[in-house]
Design a protein around this ligand. Structure first.
Ligand SMILES: Cc1cc2nc3c(=O)[nH]c(=O)nc-3n(C[C@H](O)[C@H](O)[C@H](O)COP(=O)(O)OP(=O)(O)OC[C@H]3O[C@@H](n4cnc5c(N)ncnc54)[C@H](O)[C@@H]3O)c2cc1C
Length: 497
């Protein structure tokens, strides 16, 4: 099938899926108020990849001979990683990096999952083959994916076996043709707009053999029998686009998946009842360097957008002339430069995985970027809030601007801009700084890749500290004769002490 168009994508959304919102079933995200705008944004992504003049930028010829988006590529050279990054960057530029769950994000995940077949197949080779076939299925059919990896937040302290059974999705029955599962997993961002779902449990939480039924990884259709999706509040209130420019384009919607005695055939399963394999899954599939590449490229564009927004806000009332304001703008610029540099380092310092012959982004660069952004984003948001001040609570709606005798032009213009343009700019910034959409964005940046504090803690625990501690030990050594400093081993010569 190969590359899908926006129309083909939209037609696939009306498939009887059980998406629940405000006590009722959402029949079709493409027509549902509050969701339909975002369905069109996703459709635009699919149309974008059909632009013939962009074919080499966005797509590649697969080993099957058809074309697929470059996010599906299995990178066998650093140049292929570069091409993948350029394709990510193209859509991130279109969206200002404001669409975390553009389909290319999960495409890269499916490539990483499928190419970890040596991990999934460790104890059962068939499961490894299933994983690779799931990847091929996604690439060949240009499937739009969501994912659910996290246990519901019922009790984060007690082990699962001490809690009510099947709060977390687990295997209730193993059959010759597949498994029957019940329970929930969170948070399926974009789920109402997707075709299929990838699910495995957060490996950190499953360590006791009594919990092995939860050591489960599989792929399913969003509309599979026995699966319900429960959505949060909508944040696109379908106000005029001028009034809420971001919520009317990027309402990615989050939903909890709940399975009730749902049947999953074996060919869609890649881990079952196997703690050892399950707990190897994230490092085994090189989750961070694979998806982190998309996140980092997206964050370069997002930071550039935020910098431009902050600069224009500051210019609008000439506060950009003040040194404290310039300090804030310089801070955002510093983070933009940091993200750009890390994106280069991630690719140019790529590492070959001898287990499958693929190149992955440099883990150090990716981890630094992933750990930094949950701290950087709230800081940038604070800069925007400080720069805009009371401007944010003095914004008339588009319709009010049209009322002639309110003298809007006089009181709402900027130092160098017309009232309509200045209000539009502030409304755009308010969608980041203060709207419910903006609040969810911040939560997203803080949490979507896992809780940053625990990620940092894990990074510290698993880091090889030998080089750093040997350096300290050498500096601690007292001077010997003319040697004020002990030589590192690689620089020693025969005449040294
Ligand atoms: C907007 C948004 C979109 C998301 N989209 C997706 C998605 O598409 N797919 C998906 O799978 N997930 C998604 N997530 C979920 C995300 O992966 C989780 O939020 C993240 O893993 C943290 O889990 P939690 O939210 O349950 O927080 P918790 O794990 O409950 O953590 C809450 C607090 O408790 C602390 N804490 C919890 N457990 C421990 C512990 N054992 N030790 C020390 N401290 C602890 C944490 O540090 C944190 O401060 C999304 C999250 C958000 C906010």
């Amino acid at each position: 099938m190969g590359l899908r168009t926006g129309d083909e994508y939209l037609a696939g959304l009306r498939d009887g899926r059980q998406v629940w919102w405000d006590g009722r079933l959402v029949e079709d995200a493409a027509t549902e108020p509050g969701l339909r705008n975002t369905a069109l944004t996703v459709a635009q992504y699919y149309d974008f990849q059909h632009r013939l003049e962009l074919a080499d930028l966005l797509t590649y010829e697969t080993p099957d001979g058809d074309r697929a988006h470059l996010s599906f590529i299995e990178p066998r050279t650093i140049d292929e990683l570069r091409r993948r990054g350029a394709a990510f960057a193209a859509w991130a530029e279109v969206t200002g990096g404001l669409m975390g769950r553009a389909p290319d994000y999960m495409n890269a995940c499916m490539m990483a999952m499928g190419n970890a077949r040596h991990i999934w197949g460790k104890n059962d080779a068939r499961l490894g083959e299933n994983a690779y076939n799931i990847y091929l299925h996604c690439r060949r059919n240009d499937v739009c994916m969501t994912h659910t990896f996290v246990n519901p937040r019922v009790d984060r302290f007690a082990p699962l076996y001490e809690q009510d059974p099947y709060i977390n999705a687990g295997i209730v029955e193993t059959r010759s043709d597949g498994i029957v599962i019940s329970g929930a997993r969170m948070v399926g961002t974009l789920a109402p707009f997707c075709d299929e779902n990838l699910s495995f449990g957060a490996p950190l939480g499953i360590t006791d053999p009594r919990d092995s039924v939860y050591a489960l990884g599989f792929q399913c259709k969003v509309n599979m029998p026995g699966l319900k999706w429960i959505c949060r509040d909508k944040m696109d209130m379908e106000r005029p686009h001028y009034d809420t420019p971001l919520a009317t384009r990027f309402e990615e919607m989050d939903a909890i998946a709940v399975w009730e005695d749902a049947f999953v055939p074996w060919e869609d399963v890649f881990v079952a009842n196997d703690l050892e394999t399950h707990n190897l899954s994230l490092p085994g599939m090189k989750f961070m360097p694979s998806l982190g590449h998309h996140v980092l490229v997206k964050n370069v564009a997002k930071t550039r957008f935020l910098f431009g927004l902050a600069h224009l806000l500051a210019e609008s009332a000439q506060v950009s002339q003040f040194i404290n304001v310039q300090d804030r703008l310089g801070d955002i610029l510093m983070w933009l430069n940091t993200m750009e540099s890390l994106a280069i380092a991630a690719v140019e310092g790529a590492e070959l995985n001898p287990e499958n012959g693929l190149y992955y982004c440099n883990e150090g660069a990716i981890n630094a970027a992933l750990r930094l952004y949950p701290e950087v984003y709230p800081r940038i948001k604070e800069h925007l809030m400080q720069l805009g001040g009371g401007g944010y609570v003095s914004l008339p709606q588009e319709a009010t601007l049209e009322v002639a005798d309110l003298a809007i032009d006089k009181y709402y213009k900027g130092a160098t801009s017309e009232a309509k343009d200045k209000v539009a700019l502030f409304r755009l910034a308010w969608d980041i700084v203060g709207s419910s959409w903006g609040g969810r964005q911040e939560l997203y940046e803080r949490f979507f890749f896992g809780d940053s504090q625990r990620m940092k803690s894990l990074g510290y625990q698993f880091y090889d500290k030998t080089e750093a501690t040997e350096l300290v030990a050498r500096i601690l050594r007292p001077p010997q004769g003319r040697e004020r400093l002990a030589w590192p081993e690689q620089y020693r010569s025969a005449s040294d002490n």
